[in-house]
Ligand binder design. Structure first.
Ligand code: ARG
Ligand code: ZN
Length: 893
């Protein structure tokens, strides 16, 4: 059934308090739920309809008396409830955690109990009003075998614990937790099992003491330091930047290996995928360290943006997710040592947006940041809600300034703390706190970012009048139709702009009205479909640097000449656009080559000017290694495909490989220099500077091995193998292994075997081992049979989402050159896995189903065979709602 935002109505009942008692048993857990409810006086008198799913109902009491009830399509319906005042409802149910492979609700992982309630998992634990605008006080008692489950955790503070008395309770114990804050049920959590924890006490600025804990399996304690440091940094940052202090005596993070997503912000008891907690230098890469920092920050920041103020309904999901992603991005940037590292972080975030969100916005699953309807809410935990949502918040900050934004956040909490609100409420608070800002003046139009799907396209044209010394920029915006939205109204687009002169510096920006900005950027707030701006006293023809820092999530067209792009690449004071200029140059060559048949005749894809520009970046004395690595990395195959009307994945792959090969050989001496000049120095630290050095040496090694493959030389593969064996950290070790595997050198085989032996007991490292092989460069179709072999490997387990992702998603979603096969075998593999996974875990299956989102863009024969594969899935009668929604949207016209 379709759920619509317009159909929202307030709940007919409020739940004031909930007492939950769990008798935890993997096969059959008993749940006693005692609630105090009352009618919502604003809503007409009607029966109470409680959500429930996969529950066995044993008993219902109203005010202590047996009561009549109905079960209606899974809902528990109670009529004849008291008209006035509060009443007590007691519901006794059982559920089967061991059989719960969906990982939603209460489930078992490695003999421990965990919960995941967002979005609608609480109804798999007990009957309830499972909607975020019903906020209650929780008291939770957990009872379980003391030996098997020594640690019993739930939200809030531990009130009581001890042995259970009486017959039948031998060897059992209990713990009672009280959460001091009201919360929606999606923030409920419990954990029970054999866990150990790292503890840290901290004192807030306000002088309050807090206990921070990170719980992991025994044996993983040596991987908890970075998560704890990230948590401490998060606590400090939120208080310093936004005045938001920790409101709990105790804040716990628990790691589990079986988790559908990254992590969950349950009040006071965050539950994390182990991937985003566990790290030490031997097992985790720099990317892992930095992801852990962001995810720990993200979940911690939800404590205010999400938990203290939550969503009225799930259409408002971006209220908490977009805002919290923005906050975690800002957190990571504020932890950067300098402006260059901040720019690197920004480029990385934009890369994710453009390679994942832009395609989503252009495909069958396109939806506004605040959707109007859904079938399965779990399908809407998307890059649009999260990453585009964060860009929308970022544009608000751009329009009101950093200090103005902090004021807006304060007003947001002053108005809405403790309640469940909408995206409108948020935008209103930011605008109202800044009454003179552009945001305040343009608010209704600005909010089109929430209501209109699709990526706006900004077309810019520049003209220089040498006689008048003026430079005019004409801008026009448009946005393609998306499912259900034919025509779009103009957006408010903040365009940060500079004019770069021939000396490489910014020219002063002076308008006809006499207003001047110093040399540097100026913010132009575009509101119309077409606008133009003229700068005066422009002494020479400038190169415009448009959308600096990626000031709006749009596609920008400007007819740059190669020479202009080379100027920006060499000099743009804005590091984002400096990087962007290099990407545009590479993209341009790629697109030309894909279109003509020059590649087939063996032409070199990249021109000399580009190669020389790359050489000067690589050798540049002042640029950071991390930035160099980004500039020297070619646009991804997915990004290239998005720029084309019709995409032939094999041609794209071949062209990009040819470009990589040319860069490898043409810059061989420079890569060698880079590898040697950035040799490991000192003890491993995952900071931005040293991880940048490792990233650049990793790329250099990959390129040197690639060049060696073409020349038949084995010096560099030998060095890579040596690095693989000697490295004192996972980043260098894994980069060396990747260089060997992706160059197809014979040493890859022993290295992969040794890697497996070394790390056979480290599941997160084994995930990397699987992912590397499933994602490796295809040369003649060898990857698919290898992937099929990996599914038979004794360490493969389809039930574990991380492992399933490491093999299946790495192949279907992250390896286009191997997945899109002319014989359609990749798509057959995909449809088999979607159906197989759907019987185990619909959420994970639906994510995989989205790997063929962009099938309509594919060239033949891929397009037709992809369509057939989707139809094979859609033809299945027994499909989850999750997968059904994805494939029917993919096939709709
Ligand atoms: N709120 C979590 C986060 O952003 C995501 C949990 C979503 N889980 C799900 N099964 N839909 O950190
Ligand atoms: Zn989140």
């Amino acid at each position: 059934a379709v759920i619509r935002r317009a159909d929202y109505s307030a709940p007919a009942f409020w739940i004031d308090s909930v007492h939950l008692t769990f008798d935890l048993d993997p096969a059959k857990t008993r749940v006693l739920n005692k609630m105090t409810l009352r009618r919502n006086p604003d809503v007409s008198v009607q029966p109470l309809r409680l959500d429930g799913e996969s529950l066995n109902l044993a008993r219902v009491l109203v005010n202590g008396q047996g009561a009549s009830f109905k079960l209606d399509g899974g809902k528990l319906v109670l009529e004849n409830l008291p008209l006035e005042g509060a009443f007590e409802l007691e519901i006794f149910t059982t559920c089967e955690p061991l059989k719960n492979t969906s990982l939603s609700g209460l489930y078992v992982s490695n003999d421990s109990f965990f919960t995941q309630c967002e979005a609608e998992g609480f109804r798999r634990i007990t009957y309830f009003l499972d909607r975020p605008d019903v906020m209650a006080n929780y008291t939770v008692t957990l009872r379980a075998d003391q030996q098997k489950y020594p640690v019993l955790l739930s939200n809030g503070n531990l009130m009581d614990s001890g042995a259970l008395e009486g017959t039948g309770n031998e060897g059992r114990h209990f713990a009672t937790w009280v959460d001091p804050h009201k919360k929606p049920c999606y923030l409920f959590a419990l954990v029970a099992g054999q866990l150990v924890c790292r503890e840290q006490r901290i004192t807030s600025r306000a002088g309050k003491e807090h206990l921070l804990q990170v719980y992991v399996r025994p044996g993983d304690m040596d991987k908890t330091e970075h998560a704890m440091h990230s948590l401490m940094a998060s606590v400090v940052w939120d208080e310093a930047r936004f005045g938001l202090a920790l409101d709990l005596e105790r804040f716990m993070i628990v790691a589990t290996s079986d988790f559908n997503m990254g992590a969950m912000e349950n009040k006071g008891l965050n539950i994390f995928n182990t991937k985003y907690v566990l790290a030490n230098q031997a097992t985790a890469t720099d990317a892992d360290f930095s992801n852990i920092e962001s995810v720990v920050g993200h979940e911690y920041f939800h404590n205010w943006t999400g938990n203290r103020i939550t969503c009225r309904d799930w259409f408002q999901l971006s209220l908490k997710e977009g805002l919290t992603v923005f906050r975690d991005q800002e957190f990571s940037m504020d932890l950067c040592a300098d402006a260059s590292a901040r720019a690197v972080k920004r480029i990385e975030d934009v890369r994710v947006l453009r390679t994942a969100q832009f395609p989503e916005d252009a495909g069958p699953m396109a939806h506004p940041v605040r959707p109007d309807s859904y079938i399965e809410i779990n399908n809407f935990y998307t890059v649009t809600i999260y990453e585009k949502g964060a860009e929308v918040v970022r544009m608000m900050q751009t329009l009101v300034g950093r200090a103005g934004f902090a004021k807006g956040i304060s007003l947001y909490f002053a108005r809405h703390d403790g309640s469940a609100v909408t995206c409108d409420d948020f935008a209103q608070a930011i605008a109202d706190a800044n009454p003179d800002s552009a945001l305040s003046k343009l608010l209704p139009q600005f909010k089109r970012w929430y209501s209109q799907a699709g990526t706006p396209r900004l077309q810019a044209k520049g003209s220089y009048d040498a006689a008048a010394q003026t430079y005019t920029l004409n801008l026009s915006q448009s946005c393609a139709a998306t499912p259900g939205q034919e025509a779009k109204e103009p957006f408010v687009i903040p365009v940060s702009l500079g004019l770069v002169g021939s000396s490489g510096a910014d020219l002063p920006l002076q308008l006809q009205d006499g207003s001047t900005s110093e040399r540097g950027s100026r913010l132009l707030v575009m509101t119309q479909a077409d606008e133009s701006i003229t700068f005066v006293n422009v002494a020479e023809e400038p190169v415009p640097s448009i959308l600096r820092g990626f000031s709006a999530p749009v596609l920008l067209d400007f007819d740059y000449s190669d020479a202009q792009l080379l100027t920006l690449l060499a000099f743009d004071p804005d590091p984002f656009n400096r990087w962007e200029a290099g990407q545009r140059l590479a993209l341009r060559s790629a697109i030309q080559l894909i279109a003509d048949d020059a590649l087939l005749t063996g032409a070199t894809p990249l021109n000399d000017a580009y190669i020389e520009a790359m050489r000067s970046v690589l050798r540049h004395p002042a640029l950071d290694a991390a930035f160099k690595e980004l500039v020297l990395t070619l646009p991804s195959e997915i990004y290239i495909a998005e720029q084309l009307e019709v995409a032939d994945p094999q041609r794209i792959h071949a062209v990009r490989e040819a470009m990589r090969a040319q860069l490898a050989s043409a810059l061989a001496a420079d890569w060698q220099w880079a590898f040697e000049a950035h040799a490991p120095n000192g003890a491993y630290r995952p900071d931005t500077v040293s991880s940048g050095r490792r990233a650049l040496t990793g790329l250099a090694l990959t390129q040197l091995c690639l060049a060696a493959r073409d020349s038949g030389d084995s010096v560099w593969p030998g060095k890579a193998y040596q690095r693989f064996k000697d490295a004192d950290n996972m980043t260098d070790r894994f980069n060396a292994l990747t260089a060997l595997v992706n160059s197809g050198h014979a040493l890859a085989t022993p290295a992969l075997a040794q890697f497996h032996t070394l790390f056979k007991n480290e599941e997160l490292v084994l995930d990397k081992w699987f992912a590397l092989q499933a994602g490796s460069c295809d040369r003649g179709g060898q990857v698919l049979p290898a992937v099929r072999q990996l599914l038979k490997h004794p360490d493969f387990n389809l039930r574990n989402p991380n492992r399933a992702r490491s093999v299946i998603f790495s192949y279907c979603s992250a390896n286009p050159g191997a997945f899109h096969r002319a014989d359609a075998a990749g798509y057959v593999f995909w449809s088999e896995r979607v159906l197989e996974l759907d019987r185990i875990n619909p959420q994970v299956a639906a994510r995989l189903a989205r790997a063929l989102d962009r099938w309509k863009k594919l060239a033949e024969p891929y397009r037709s065979s992809a369509r057939q594969a989707i139809e094979r899935v859609a033809d299945k009668l027994e499909l989850s709602n999750d997968v059904r929604e994805v494939v029917s949207r993919a096939l709709a016209d």
